[in-house]
Design a protein around this ligand. Sequence first.
Ligand code: M6R
Length: 629
Amino acid sequence: MCGIVGYVGRAQERSAAGGNGAHDALDVVIEGLRRLEYRGYDSAGVAVVADGAVETRKKAGKLGNLVAELEQRPLPESLTGIGHTRWATHGGPTDANAHPHLADNGRLAVIHNGIIENYAELKQELRAKGVTFASETDTEVAAALIGDMYRGAAGGDITKAMQLAAQRLDGAFTLLAVHADQPGVVVAARRNSPLVVGLGDGENFLGSDVSGFIDHTRRAVELGQDQIVTITPDSFVITDFYGRPAQGKEFEVSWDAASAEKGGFPSFMEKEIHDQPAAVHDTLLGRSDAQGRLILDELRIDPAELKQVNKIIVLACGTAAYAGLVAKYAIENWCRIPTEVELAHEFRYRDPIVDKNTLVVSISQSGETMDTLMAVRYAREQGAKTVSICNTNGSTIPRESDAVLYTHAGPEIAVASTKAFLAQITAAYLLGLYLAQLRGNIFSGQIKDVLADLGKIPEKIQQVLDNAEPLRELARSMKDEKSVLFLGRNVGYPVALEGALKLKEIAYLHAEGFAAGELKHGPIALIDEGQPVFVVVPSPRGRDSLHSKVVSNIQEVRARGARTLVIAEEGDEAVREYAEYVFYVPETPPLLMPLLTTVPLQIFAAELAQAKGFDVDQPRNLAKSVTVE
Ligand code: M6R
């Protein structure tokens, strides 16, 4: 989820004081990157076209490092520029992997947001033609491909080169390119990744969102899927990947600059809740082939060793640990390997039984949580194989693990984790399916079916998001509650725990999650007249459904005066008579349900906290990354 800016201005107006189109490209691009930096802090870079050449500067780390570099080594004045702030996926956060990437003997510069799934085969093809690569990124492959097209079939036309290259690329991408031979032109392509054109007077802009240019114009055009746009100071021309004329959607930006960074949402947390279809989609991207076989190239542990694994221990804290609990159900079901989930801070102080046949899977959004890091170090010392599921490329935990499976949720800014949770569950499912494939635990057809079901999840999350208004009303009406309980069974149990944690974290409200079957062993004593209880109800479909058991649990609490708020599967009419309120999520296989049932609980917590007037992005007493033990 990188940030992207592009700019072209008109020369003759630059001298007119205060005139339109009178900006230096670098100033516009750096300003845009400042606003877009929330999209990735791993590195930043710029390219300008000046005096018949392309010049670039790029630096690992925050934008400040690039700005310092530009002070040391200034760039010439220019009217054409592009800039990038990176959130790393392929290749760690280094200077070499920072964008822009160059091709055509340094005359073409390219920046990219997204993941190019077929980069490995394209790289091979280009290498065979004599192209060499200076980075580990998929972006450099795209740059080389555009360069190859530019010199070949496109006959020196950058727009045509982009069209031809885009036809060859699989995955999700926004690509921007400039060429030394064509000053005053920036060309961009878009598939499954955002891109907006900003319309100025004698100047035009590109941004991964409107905050990239909001200081200059509020007139914008959103590009559709699989479109190419070429901007000059006075024009923007949209086509499809085959050069056929196409149209974008023009709109007027009504947000102020601060809400533009949040995509128009009142908080980063709300934005991140709405990023979840993309987070799941991107985490699945490039991890299976057309035959439905899992391809986890990053998992560099000898398959023979993975086949020997006889125990899995999942280590994590907080929300990440709840993702681990969901993973346990799936991994044990698919792989038949005993799987324990342990809070990382408890693990190493209890003399755990770990050996070379133990696979330790750590889960961490930040990759810097000290408790998790120390537990992973301890497990390695004991001879375990360690895999990190992590959202932050190049962070300490993946660096210190034997292998890593990155989630592709994009940077999570709000302290309360939302999209990282869904991406962690998705990645853990992929790991479970991969182990099952390797060990032959389930048929390849079944793996293909689960992958197909996972592929439908983003659209279903979107449906949940689109239908949430009644839930928001409910949350607002409950802002003065003192306590909310959450019940779930099986994979619904960690969902209940996560629902309660969200409410504690951001609404400062007493909330507890329970395994519904545990109720009668104690917690039912808490139920009093009017006590709100959320119940995550499993699907009534399927042989082993726990549906009737959970309905009995609902009746138990209702009989004692509870107000039951139910999350159920579409079509489950039976729960209606036991619930004060029902929120339906689309049908999906039971093991995948947490990817849907968690979302209403996140929305509920965010809405209730906002109704109480709290800052949901920075709740009191909490830090995004807990780097102390
Ligand atoms: O960065 P990590 O995933 O390792 O962080 C783990 C927990 O600190 C984190 O999930 C925490 O519980 C969140 N604030 C939950 O919203």
